[in-house]
Design a protein around this ligand. Structure first.
Ligand code: NAP
Length: 223
């Protein structure tokens, strides 16, 4: 029997993997949560929206005769990863996790760590006055509670009105290159970058740019 592969996606790595597997002749369905604008094009089939917890995911896997699951979701998407593990265990389906390599600290890097978004939000005003915040639309709320700095928010789509006292939004989608990241940081006189410690090459340009400009970086550890 031919494989029918479900990729839990929403990342650049998931899109690249779908492309590769489709080119190899595999049947691939990529699942997206549907809260972010979809990537421009995805190889293979695409389904959008939550499954309805572990039970919903298990039912969907059975109904769609999936034979293998690849969890290529973002490192901070911990709920869907746990659901995938539980549903695959229940059905006896093979599950693989596509894990991004962590970013390596270089000599001279001025990295600070927070264990959670809430902790990062409390720390940020003590580390910078003009902050580039790249944690994603779903993770902004804690940062609105600690006013003071100017926040430059980079997002995939225009947000609903936000409760930051002082902020600007730039709408952009990677992949980015360090030179452009440096130009953005210089243009807005950024003195602190706040990022999830997502790892991987696709979003590392901002880390490299901060390194080259000697800026502080506040990283939120992976869940
Ligand atoms: P999450 O907290 O782990 O999941 C919350 C719920 O969203 C899940 O219980 C599931 O709903 C649904 N869901 C999540 N990913 C899904 C997928 N690929 N296909 C179908 N349903 C999915 O996830 P999150 O952190 O909100 O992230 C949502 C999506 O955005 C993920 O696919 C992730 O790869 C992508 N993303 C996340 C981040 C981030 O920083 N968290 C950054 C970039 C991209 P049901 O229980 O109803 O099935």
């Amino acid at each position: 029997m031919r494989d029918r592969i479900l990729i839990l996606g929403g990342t650049a790595e998931a899109a690249a993997l779908a492309r590769r597997l489709v080119d190899e002749g595999e049947t691939v369905i990529t699942s997206l949560a549907g809260r972010l604008p979809s990537p421009p094009s995805l190889a293979g089939q695409v389904r959008v929206g939550g499954f309805g917890g572990v039970d919903g995911l298990a039912a969907w896997l059975a109904e769609n005769a999936i034979t293998r699951v690849i969890d290529a979701t973002h490192p901070f998407a911990a709920v869907i990863s746990a659901h995938a593990a539980a549903a695959c265990a229940r059905l006896g389906l093979p599950l693989r996790r596509l894990e991004r390599p962590v970013w390596r600290k270089h000599p001279g890097d001025r990295w600070h760590w927070a264990d959670s978004l809430e902790m990062a939000a409390r720390m940020a005003p003590g580390l910078g006055r003009r902050i580039l915040l790249t944690v994603g639309a779903g993770s902004l709320a804690p940062f609105t509670r600690f006013g003071g700095p100017f926040y430059l928010l980079r997002l995939l789509a225009a947000p609903a009105p936000l409760a930051f006292p002082r902020y600007r939004v730039v709408i952009d989608r990677g992949p980015f290159v360090p030179a452009d990241e440096m130009a953005l940081m210089r243009r807005f006189a950024i003195d602190l970058l706040v990022s999830k410690a997502s790892g991987g090459a696709a979003t590392e340009a901002k880390i490299i740019a901060a390194r080259r400009l000697g800026l502080r970086v506040l990283l939120v550890g992976r869940p």
